[in-house]
Design a protein around this ligand. Structure first.
Ligand code: BG6
Length: 503
């Protein structure tokens, strides 16, 4: 893999959770894999007044400590620097510029800078403006890129506002809107599975596919993020971004080339083709739920409303299930079901393609035999892999049919280095490759799909929010959405699916 050009990565929000838990460990991983350039530095920026050394030792706690990693950690730490700054204050930015100039000249790094916004979203408008105010958006003497973390707005209006504002100071090709789902190997593999095999594409359409479901179940609750989550909810937190990306990759037309705009154009078209849900219909095609206190095994598990930072009368959804149609030539009439929730029985993300039954049930005359429901399970996490359910003859007299699994597990390829999602995306940005980052127009289009749902919930408080006991598969009524079939209730294990279930 080609190494990126020398540069400085500036992380705004350097004392935050994301920096410690994801960014610094991913950068260390890239460092160990020798994927970072020879001349490279990280400049952490936050309000707290601490020294470079203090920052280094605080970050060390989040690295994989062992005698084997010790030398690498101390060399990596030398590349970490810190600058205290009041990021909302224009007067402070010349200090940042001076620090960057000094680092560039001491470390022999050209003025190539990546700015990572890992701050509260209220600063997404201010930081780019102040960076531009001192010329740090000017790519004449070196690249200047801006990585923006989600949320990209909280509704259509704020997303449009945010895009407009970012584009006042940075050009679209300098903007990298990060959606960590696109950094997952198995999400990228959706493209490879579809477009590197001749056998899937001919049947990947309404003629052969009955319906598609996308599930992202989490066993954890909101943990210590109640304050954020209570203003967000599952629709904004998971569906509008991560799960729509998965939907896009499953439903898109083949791009002409594997290149940022070719892929992003196709994703955009999918979002544009999603049939709008009228506000009056929301109640029938979208089910929302919230976890309530329950016993899981011997433990008494808190309900959502008792979580720290959550309003005790909260009507924020921790579960959502919805049904969508994509009105285009390929998908006319095929329902897409999307479901996500916290405090469900297992942590599993997968897409399931349900194929139509055979036109004539040749082996269906036996009383105990149901028609085989061919399913292709594309497992994103955990036990990453692919599973195809097909009918096979049960040995013996007659023609009894049994459904069996053909499966492949990603860890069978594991001698290759698999970067973490953040590692992969950071490296792509360093190389100037925006393929796996969201483009502004697609983000807005995705908001257009969810906006009527958010409006309906806001304008009609009578639309129920169903309680579900923590540790269950969400409100039972969500089952009714899937008219002609049912949700799959996945287990953690994909291996030996249907034989045993690991939760
Ligand atoms: C984040 C959400 O973007 O994605 C979290 O804010 C969620 O609420 C997480 O838990 C899920 O990511 P993953 O990679 O664990 O599936």
């Amino acid at each position: 893999m080609k190494q990126p050009e020398s540069h400085i990565l500036v992380i705004f929000g350097a004392s935050g959770d994301l920096t410690k838990r994801k960014l610094i460990p991913s950068l260390f991983e890239l460092y160990v894999q020798k994927l970072l350039p020879e001349d490279f530095a990280v400049l952490g920026v936050a309000r707290t007044d601490i020294s470079d050394d203090e920052f280094r030792s605080r970050m060390k706690e989040f690295l994989p400590l062992s005698p084997a990693t010790d030398p690498a950690i101390s060399n990596f730490q030398k590349r970490l620097f810190y600058q205290s700054l009041s990021t909302s204050d224009a007067q402070d930015y010349p200090i940042l510029k001076e620090r960057l100039d000094a680092l560039s000249s001491n470390l022999n790094i050209p003025a190539n800078y990546i700015f990572y916004l890992s701050t509260p979203p209220s600063l997404y408008e201010i930081i780019p403006q102040h960076l531009a105010g001192i010329g740090l958006n000017d790519a004449t003497n070196g690249f200047k890129r801006l990585i923006v973390e989600k949320p990209f707005g909280t509704d259509l209006n704020t997303a449009q506002q945010l895009n407009k504002n970012l584009l006042n100071y940075f050009a679209e090709d300098q903007l990298y809107r990060i959606d960590h789902y696109l950094g997952k190997e198995t999400v990228q593999n959706l493209l490879v599975t579809r477009f590197s095999n001749g056998i899937f594409e001919p049947i990947w359409n309404h003629n052969f596919i009955h319906h598609i479901e996308i599930t992202s179940a989490e066993s954890l609750g909101v943990e210590n993020r109640g304050g954020y989550y209570d203003h967000s909810g599952a629709m904004r937190d998971m569906v509008q971004n991560h799960l729509f990306q998965v939907l896009g990759l499953i439903a898109m037309e083949p791009p002409v080339v594997i290149e940022a705009n070719a892929i992003r154009n196709e994703l955009l078209k999918v979002f544009q083709s999603v049939r709008p849900i009228p506000e009056t219909e929301v109640q029938n095609v979208v089910i929302r739920g919230q976890y309530t206190q329950s016993h899981i095994g011997k433990d008494l598990v808190k309900g959502y409303r008792d979580e720290p930072g959550v309003n005790p009368q909260s009507r924020t959804e921790t579960f959502v299930a919805l049904k969508l149609f994509i009105d285009n030539w390929r998908w006319g009439g095929v329902p897409f079901y999307i479901r996500t929730g916290k405090k469900l029985p297992a942590r599993v993300t997968e897409a399931v393609i349900h194929f139509k039954n055979t036109p004539h049930h040749l082996f269906g005359n036996q009383t105990d035999v149901l028609p085989v429901n061919n399913q292709l399970v594309l497992r994103i996490q955990p036990d990453e892999g692919i599973l195809l359910k097909i009918g096979m003859k049960v040995p013996g007299a007659g023609f009894r049919v049994q459904t069996v699994n053909l499966d492949f597990h990603y860890d069978e390829l594991s001698d290759a280095y698999l970067p973490s999602a953040y590692g992969r995306l950071l490296l792509d940005c360093m190389q100037g490759d925006a393929t796996l980052y969201s483009r502004g127009d697609a983000v807005e289009e995705a908001w257009k799909i969810v906006q009527p749902i958010l409006n309906a919930w806001k304008n009609n408080p009578d639309i129920p929010i169903y309680g579900y006991p923590a540790g269950t598969w969400g409100p039972e009524i969500a089952d009714r959405l899937v008219e002609d079939g049912s949700w799959r209730y996945p287990c953690k294990n994909l291996a030996r699916d249907g034989e045993y279930c690991e939760l």
